[in-house]
Ligand binder design. Structure first.
Ligand code: ADP
Ligand code: MG
Length: 248
């Protein structure tokens, strides 16, 4: 469902992804962990072509792209590839001048050319699913961070993506609001959504991940089931990272 082969990304002379390989099967959840600066965000942004990789192959849903050092992608190709993904950002990135329901309608109308009525029906259904139907007419500033992030998830789902990508979806939240957002993501995992989640929430990773991927310095150092990863004390870089995160 998602496959990445030999993915390289450079910013000028700085190479930040050094040949990433991974496979995530349809309906599975992969959780990416690793220290700050290890390339987690860049990898997610490459998966939906918000960053264009320098080299490598990405297959996602029913589309594939292959990049070699000088290749350029046509913008139509980028757009159709990106439409297969939904991205949930650390800082929600909602439109401040639109209500919750309008935020969930916007992409459906502009990108997918759905009618307003159709977009609204779908938006209200998704807001109900994330527990926010009664707040549909509120603006982002009238919502808590946890509620805004749940709108962000509904907005990503509204595009019917093959894959949902989450970049530290709870790291901007007050601790008491983290659970309500993780619960929504966990429900999606149980429904068989294909997801890649970057997070520092290790208990969540243990509970929800089919596969845990540990990145360090632009490489995947370890990948495996939560049991394999969290009980692996052989890798010093990973033990050091886990000790730090758990000590927080
Ligand atoms: P993480 O999400 O794991 O913290 P990032 O993917 O954000 O890591 O960053 C990986 C490395 O790439 C860092 O050294 C960061 O400074 C660098 N980087 C990220 N985005 C850019 C950019 N647009 N231009 C230059 N360097 C970047
Ligand atoms: Mg990041």
């Amino acid at each position: 469902m998602i496959s990445v082969e030999n993915l390289h990304k450079r910013f000028d002379s700085l190479e930040v992804l050094h040949g990433i390989n991974l496979t995530i099967e349809k309906g599975k959840t992969a959780v990416i962990i690793g220290p700050s600066g290890s390339g987690k965000t860049t990898l997610l942004r490459c998966l939906n072509l918000l960053e264009i990789p320098n080299e490598g192959k990405i297959s996602l849903g029913d589309k594939s792209i292959v990049l070699t050092n000088n290749s350029k992608l046509a913008s139509a190709e980028v757009t159709s590839f990106r439409q297969q993904t939904g991205m949930v950002f650390q800082n929600y990135n909602l439109f401040p001048h639109l209500t919750a329901v309008e935020n969930v309608m916007e992409g459906q109308i502009v990108v997918l050319k759905r009618s307003k009525a159709e977009a609204k029906t779908k938006a209200l259904h998704l807001l109900e699913k994330v527990g926010l139907l009664e707040r549909a007419e509120m603006y982002p500033h009238q919502l808590s961070g946890g509620q805004q992030q749940r709108v962000g998830i509904a907005r990503a789902m509204a595009m019917d993506p093959a894959v949902l990508l989450f970049d530290e979806p709870t790291s901007a939240l007050d601790p008491e609001l983290v659970g309500e957002v993780l619960k929504v993501i966990k429900d999606l995992a149980e429904e068989g959504m294909t997801m890649v989640v970057v997070t520092h929430e290790m208990q969540f990773a243990r509970d929800v991940a089919d596969q845990v991927i540990f990145m360090d310095q632009g490489k995947i150092i370890e990948k495996g089931s939560p049991e394999e990863i969290f009980n692996n004390t052989n890798n010093p870089r990973m033990s050091q990272f886990l000790n730090k995160v758990i000590a927080r």
